[in-house]
Design a protein around this ligand. Sequence first.
Ligand code: HEM
Length: 405
Amino acid sequence: MDASNHILSLDQDPFSEIATFHRDCHARYDRVRDKGVAFSPSFNAWIVFKHNLLHDFFGAPESFPVIPMGQDAPEPARTMLRLNMLANNGEAHRRHRSLVQGFFTPQAVRKLERDIEKIVDEELAVMAERGEMDAVRDFSFRLPVRVIVHMLGVPLDRADDFSTWGNWLVKIGDPSFDHLPHAATIEKVFGEMLDFLREQIEDREKSPKDDLITHLVAQKATQPWLTFDDIWTSITFILTAGHETTTNLISSGILTLLKNPDQLARLKGDMSLLDLCIDELARYEGPVSIAVPRIASHDVTLGSTSIKAGDVIIACLQAANRDPEIFDNPHQFDIFRKEKSSISFGYGPHFCLGKHLARLEAKVALRQLFTQFPDLRVDAAEMENPVWQPLIQTRGLKSLRLYAS
Ligand code: HEM
């Protein structure tokens, strides 16, 4: 095939206008998906749009290793971006993933349901009291960070600090973020965060508890390679990977259900449909637009596209999740759909570690919200023109005002 067919013009490039990107990203993907893989001048990278190519891509991490992001970020942000499990393959990846994976198995996560429900109910008390709330600021943004703080065994009054830190961690890993103007703030934020984590780690060395920090510290006895940098980067990466993503799934989920009253009515009538509903929400409004950029380790062919060693490649999960070759009526939200091949949580060795936790949080959040506030509504204007966060890697609402009746 003629290689020029695979080079997008700026008009065709879905990522050419970041400010308006989320308003019509699905229509933009529709225009280019059939190319399979195409070159985006905005990203100076190859983008994989077709679902069937993503398994080859994610399944071959040695051919397509993650590019350590934020090369211009100040230390210690660079350490986190270099050491975290997603940035490593093979033995280094396995070692870092195995440090924490016991906390994220379906069995381990299931035990958290009561605690999550308690947190959700505490957050929903605001709605009960005022009759309205911002679903993002007052609810979906607060829940994942409180769950992570709970798992770490950190005092709850530090949850706001973790939110602030988490916000910065997400920004510094986003390809559209310019670090230089924020270097001093990033250094300050990391300074505070590391001082706090060092204290917590020393505390668990002296007085072990039943929490994730103790679990990490205890592994020093059997894993002599484990340093302070490995421990704090594991903690901060869980915060980065698990905060914004889960926030987005919950808030986009609320909006999607309110926009689809027939499906919401079925759900309210039978909350056992929640698992199906979460599957479909993750497909329809997946919180991760594009996965972390990779680099070709040698000349490779993806679909019919030849890619040179050193070229950058990005997987567009949202385009793949609405690929009509895989999903019937892909732009329709349908909790009863038969096809279950959504790729929202990635695939292969870097498959999302927190999938079960994110799903449980979303499930409890939606169940409690729609049970306690059955007449929930949102302004028509906001329903039609929601305001999205101006980030490219993730897709999430900036705010969503909800009214109890
Ligand atoms: C990896 C999506 C929630 C922890 C990933 C990847 C995706 C993803 C697509 C693969 C990235 C890539 O290969 O470039 C999501 C979505 C979530 C979510 C959509 C919420 C709806 C969470 C949560 C946690 C978490 C709650 C933990 C608290 C991780 C980790 C990795 C990862 C540690 C890296 C795994 C590895 O490199 O082996 N996630 N995630 N995620 N996720 Fe999630």
